[in-house]
Design a protein. Structure first.
Length: 132
């Protein structure tokens, strides 16, 4: 069963894509602008992922989320195929691109640790629970 994606998620994602696509030498984004965009998009991504439900383990998926300054993901977003999987993948791609640019422009630092990726899932009470 597919859930209806709240319009604000789609609109905010499209807005961020538009902002990033329309950047030119005339528009200078501050580090604070990047942070605000990243926080808004992260909220939308987490909300969309939280609306997913599963009936079986095989419906569960994950994607790397965020980009550490020294490379690699910050974490993983877990969701099920009950949501628009292309939309969440695109939202995460946009987030990762923005964060990678933020890291470069704003001289970000990170701890360089590598988060464990899920190796499997259990579907418990409609929720995808990752196994590590």
């Amino acid at each position: 069963m597919k859930h209806i994606v709240p319009k604000f998620i789609v609109l905010s994602t499209l807005m961020l894509v538009f902002i990033m696509a329309c950047k030119s030498d005339d528009i200078i984004l501050t580090c604070d602008d990047y942070i605000i965009s990243l926080e808004a998009l992260e909220t939308d991504i987490n909300h969309l992922a939280s609306t997913s439900v599963c009936d079986e383990d095989f419906e569960c998926r994950f994607l790397p989320f965020g980009v550490k300054a020294c490379g690699g993901p910050k974490s993983y977003v877990v969701y099920s195929t009950s949501i628009d999987t292309l939309l969440i993948a695109n939202m995460i791609d946009v987030y990762n691109d923005i964060e990678e640019e933020f890291n470069e422009i704003c001289d970000a630092t990170s701890d360089c640790s590598v988060p464990a990726a899920p190796i499997g899932f259990d579907c418990i009470d409609g929720e995808c629970i990752p196994e590590f």
